[in-house]
Design a protein around this ligand. Sequence first.
Ligand SMILES: [Zn+2]
Length: 348
Amino acid sequence: MLTARAADADYVEAAHAVRGVAYVCRGCGAPVILHAGQIRPWHFQHHPDATCAFGSKMSEAHLNAQRALAAALRARGVHVELEAWLPSLAGDRRIDVLAHPAGQADRRVAIEVQQVDITDEAIAVRTASYRVQAVAPLWLRLTDFGRFDEAHVLTATGEIWIERYAARSWERWAHDQVGELWFYDAGAARLWRGRFVQAFGWHEGSEWYEAGGVYQSNPGGYSPVTRWVGLALEGPYAPEALRLMRGRVQRAARALSAWFVPPDGTMSPWPLRRELRTVLQFRPVFPMQVCELEQCIEGRWLPARIEDAPGDWRRLGAQGGAHARIGVEGRRSPDAAPMGRDSHQPPD
Ligand SMILES: [Zn+2]
């Protein structure tokens, strides 16, 4: 865990902890050990026999992502608490990064850095528990894009294109709340805006006679592929280059959500990625299925052009810099009005 309590302070982050001082768990009050090493980020840990769920072991990538997000937000005056607790949360589980604009504690955003799988039910319950407290959830997928050995570029938009991304169920759930899913690439410490593109498989029609001579037929057609989606990635962005937004999103029945906004200020222009689709076709010429990306242009589906991604795509053109303005933005009365996300209007 990244935070603990001391005799004179309720909230101490490990990065500012002092060797030799006694620290206790913010959840159970038991003594914790400060790990202040050279390689892993400084953190606290329970004694091995502790049963407390708060501060269960986080990966180094997870701790680094939390710290990078906190530092980027704080650099712009946003108030940040790590491993925060809300009364509506069941159990000992904490919020990875709880942020709000300075002096506006009623406009909180909970950033959850999710590395492992969780059930649809668990993410729905947790999301609801935030919204009940008027905290806007942002589910951030922590992964390492180094594991993708093949990436392309969508020629029309310049986005990185991963042809078959085995999206977890919770990723689809979170994606469908706001129409996009943000990724944190642990290997490069960069963020990407991801949009899922539905794939369709073509199956041939068939006809047959059942016992008794009853004629049956299946006309064939396209059906959605469920094992994977196409993934279009926009970025990469340095954490300090992004603004954090909160508001009500039509796609989630006007429920409160949070998301990042890139420096150029464009909101999601497509609530659903309807202008792209992947189609699996069986080509008799090659005795195999071929995967084709198609783009809808003026009502017609045409092959979309892709090219090979450059070898350094994970770090290429990372946007950021001292000039980037960031903050938790949005309307003053957060729940009074939508932020225009689905109506193609820029935020305030
Ligand atoms: Zn504890």
